[in-house]
Design a protein around this ligand. Structure first.
Ligand SMILES: C[S@@+](CC[C@H](N)C(=O)[O-])C[C@H]1O[C@@H](n2cnc3c(N)ncnc32)[C@H](O)[C@@H]1O
Length: 283
């Protein structure tokens, strides 16, 4: 058993079976051994994100920011990973927020996150009952049973996150890019959308090797919009990443293409179709 697995097992021995959100929090973000203490991005890691498509993705986010908030103060990149967007904005206009850090107070900024929400811990409910994680010999198991058809996923930290983001800003936008589903598509995930990634391979074994593999769940966009509205945000737009890139206009498209043909094609044709973008505004 790894040190982190032992730490989680000790917690379960003391408290009894724990909510999945606590298991996920410890697996990904434990201060000493959590998965995100390492560098999981890129070819030698476990997965790619759009942020590795530099300079094209950075130029897209910058053009979008300028169109949404013309006199913006800075880009606040929440869940910034390797902080790869910094180069497109420059030190003065870029602020990275890593796990455990507070969102800085700004007057007129663009808050931004790419693949943050899918990495916020989730709880799994079945008929209103919370499914938990218990120990099973040297490993972990669902308690009282694994997720079955009709389970519901909830992110306990989502609403507080949207409230913190809203309070941090006087005026501006929060741009959220991620992958997810609308409620009328829920039948795509009869057993829930939890997924784990290791060495670019997806697996449903989310309880195995905590700390050594990524754990994610698709974003429930309707829930996100409801929570955002309740926190004070106005939902300005929602759609595919590709539609958002197209919406920047011909000149911007040609410029992005000229910065890197392959990067542009990957962003536009591949990620553009599977990722969505939500723009929230505080005015
Ligand atoms: C899937 S990675 C995406 C990283 C980066 N945005 C990118 O596009 O490559 C998720 C990131 O969110 C960070 N994170 C998770 N919860 C957070 C929180 N509450 N506040 C700030 N960052 C958080 C993780 O540490 C990790 O760096």
């Amino acid at each position: 058993m790894s040190e982190l697995a032992r730490k989680i097992a000790n917690r379960i021995e003391k408290e009894g079976p724990i909510p999945f959100s606590l298991f996920m929090e410890m697996a990904l973000y434990d201060e000493a051994h959590g998965y995100y203490n390492g560098d999981p991005f890129g070819k030698d890691g476990d997965f790619f994100t759009a942020s590795q498509l530099q300079p094209v993705f950075g130029a897209y986010v910058r053009t979008l920011s300028e169109s949404l908030v013309p006199q913006y103060e800075c880009l606040v990149d929440i869940g910034a990973g390797r902080e790869e967007l910094r180069e497109s904005f420059g030190h003065k206009n870029y602020h990275a927020v890593q796990h455990g850090q507070k969102i800085p107070e700004t007057k007129n900024s663009v808050l931004f996150s790419n693949e943050l929400i899918d990495a916020l811990p989730v709880d799994i409910y079945e008929d209103g009952e919370l499914l938990r994680v218990s120990c099973a010999g040297p490993s972990f198991a669902w308690y009282p049973h694994p997720p079955r058809e009709g389970v519901k996923e909830e992110r306990p930290s989502l609403r507080p996150h949207l409230e913190e983001a809203w309070q941090s800003l006087e005026l501006g936008c929060y741009v959220i890019i991620d992958y997810g589903y609308r409620r009328n598509e829920l039948s795509r995930f009869p057993l829930g959308s939890l997924m784990s990634y290791r060495r670019h391979l997806a697996s449903e074994e989310v309880l195995q090797e905590p700390g050594a593999r990524d754990i994610t769940a698709h974003v429930d966009w309707d829930q996100l919009m409801e929570d955002a509205s309740a926190a004070g945000w106005k939902v300005e737009s929602f759609g595919s990443l590709r539609a958002s890139i197209l919406g920047l206009g011909e000149e911007a498209l040609a410029r992005l293409y000229s910065l890197g043909e392959m990067q542009f094609k990957t962003l536009f044709f591949s990620l553009g179709e599977s990722f969505e973008i939500l723009v929230l505004r505080k005015s």
